[in-house]
Design a protein. Structure first.
Length: 137
């Protein structure tokens, strides 16, 4: 599937610092390639522990986070970040249809159910950046 992005979408992602976390290497690759093509500065992690380390070293503007991963889950990572006093605007990506109900109380800013179109992800990131960095919207 090919998503055609408008120049507005590409402009909205340009220079965004994004950390993508997913244990599925294929999904991780597709998302990161797409975001890089749009001009985003993308880092990746294939597990939550690595993501936690990356966030502590260099917090991203936006975290795109798979919820269900072996070891530390995405939900556990969000709790750990909150306990550490780190707020990273987060878009959860998941195949778990029960996730919206569970996550409302955990403070994530956005959620996409897998499978989703890359345009949906781009729009979610742009909306989140506009809310968290209104002077750049």
């Amino acid at each position: 599937m090919v998503d055609y992005m408008s120049s507005t979408h590409a402009e909205g992602l340009r220079a965004a610092r994004i950390l993508v976390v997913d244990d599925d290497v294929d999904i991780l690759t597709v998302i990161s390639l797409f975001l890089r093509e749009q001009g985003a500065d993308v880092a990746t992690a294939d597990n939550a522990q690595d993501a936690l380390h990356r966030i502590q070293v260099s917090p991203p503007e936006v975290l795109v986070l798979d919820l269900m991963m072996p070891g530390m889950s995405g939900a556990e990572l969000m709790v750990r970040l909150r306990e550490m006093g780190l707020h990273v605007p987060t878009i959860v990506i998941t195949a778990d249809t029960e996730a919206p109900r569970k996550l409302r109380r955990d403070g994530q800013e956005g959620m996409l159910l897998k499978p989703f179109a890359m345009a949906e992800l781009a729009e979610a990131i742009i909306r989140l950046r506009a809310r968290t960095r209104p002077w750049q919207a």
